[in-house]
Design a binder for this molecule. Structure first.
Ligand SMILES: Cc1ncc(COP(=O)(O)O)c(C=O)c1O
Length: 340
């Protein structure tokens, strides 16, 4: 069985494991106040080309989303997200559990359009309703698509003009930035968003997300919020060591590039066979529609996610590649698909 189920099916890149082992018996300060975390924060400020951002290392995506969003909003304020957004459908109502409504809008290719934000504002007019205050987007999106720079600029300017915060979930930002179609750079985010995070879990780390707070008004007391939500790790250096390694010699970017290359090979072969894609994803997640009899054959040797039943005869599935996906695994899938 070879798995294309996820980009977190494997452990961590050897450089990270080695660094963790090497530092194992060192005694350091706790709660992210160690030299490794300092080094990671310094590297991230260099990568985003902004010394003034605040960087906090957290363990997981849901935890980062709920900690950041609940810290940024006042009790009556709400989030706008597309209905396919991770905070809408895959976080067990975590945002709502902190007291903030998530206003869901229809998605086009997993993305929100600037005009949809204005529409939500136009229909939330007074104190009998929640007040939309933060726009949540993800890049790459939950269906593998990416935002163009022009799209992000349009969303950012609508947010700025209307006093909304823009929060970008970068669980898969590595894959988004390194795919051929992308025209955004890491250094674009501090001016275009109020906060964003750089996902390590899905790009070679054992675990970890680096939250970057760009808007000065959102920075105060953030460590209190992390602690209150149970996210301040006593052994915080474990995150620092991992992010310090990820940003040494561009490891983060080369791992994402490799995952994308493996996805490109799969995508090209699927295109050749003529099956239809469920979404036009250029990143490490591929969504394809297979006839059920082909699916049954592939399922014998490969693991992937059943995404959605299209009709009685066809099903959409998700294939994900990672920094550790083997060429052999990809080639054997391609062979099996052609044989099927
Ligand atoms: C866009 C997005 N955000 C966040 C997450 C991570 O959530 P967690 O680490 O809590 O599983 C995922 C994971 O699939 C994701 O796709």
């Amino acid at each position: 069985m070879y798995s294309f189920k996820n980009d977190y099916s494997e452990g961590a890149h050897p450089n990270i494991i080695e660094a963790l082992v090497k530092s194992n018996l060192e005694q350091t300060s706790g709660y992210g106040q160690d030299a490794y975390t300092e080094e990671a924060v310094h590297s991230i400020k260099e990568i985003v080309k902004d010394e003034n951002v605040d960087v906090h290392l957290l363990v997981g995506g849901t935890q980062t989303n709920l900690t950041a969003i609940s810290a940024f909003l006042r009790p009556h304020e709400a989030v706008i997200s597309v209905e396919t957004g991770h905070v809408c459908v895959h976080e067990t109502g975590a945002i709502e559990a902190t007291g903030h409504k998530v206003i869901a809008v229809p998605s086009e290719n997993g993305k929100i359009r600037a005009g949809q934000i204005l529409k939500v504002l136009a229909t939330h007019t007074d104190e009998h309703m929640v007040k939309p205050k933060l726009v949540y987007i993800s890049d790459s999106t939950e269906i593998g698509t990416i935002y163009t720079k022009a799209e992000l600029e349009a969303i950012s300017s609508v947010c700025k003009a209307n006093g909304l915060y823009l929060f970008l979930d970068g669980a898969r930002i590595g894959s988004a930035l390194m795919c051929k179609e992308n025209d955004l750079k890491m250094e674009d985010f501090p001016s275009l968003t109020d906060a964003f995070y750089i996902g390590g879990t899905k790009n070679g780390a054992l675990m970890g997300e680096a939250l970057v707070i760009c808007n000065p008004t959102l920075k105060a007391d953030f460590r209190y919020h992390i602690k209150q939500k149970g996210g301040l790790l006593a052994k915080g250096r474990l995150l620092g060591i991992q992010f310090a390694q990820l940003f040494k010699e561009d490891l983060f970017f080369s791992l994402a590039t490799y995952a994308n290359e493996m996805a490109d090979l799969l995508r090209a072969a699927i295109k050749e066979t003529g099956y239809e894609f469920f979404s036009e994803s250029p990143t490490n997640q591929i969504f394809v529609i297979f006839p059920n009899e082909i699916l049954e054959k592939l399922e014998k040797d490969f693991d992937f996610t059943i995404w959605e039943k299209i009709d009685e005869k066809r099903t959409a599935v998700r294939l994900v590649t990672s920094w550790a996906t083997t060429r052999k695994g990809v080639e054997s899938f391609i062979k099996a698909l052609k044989d099927a």
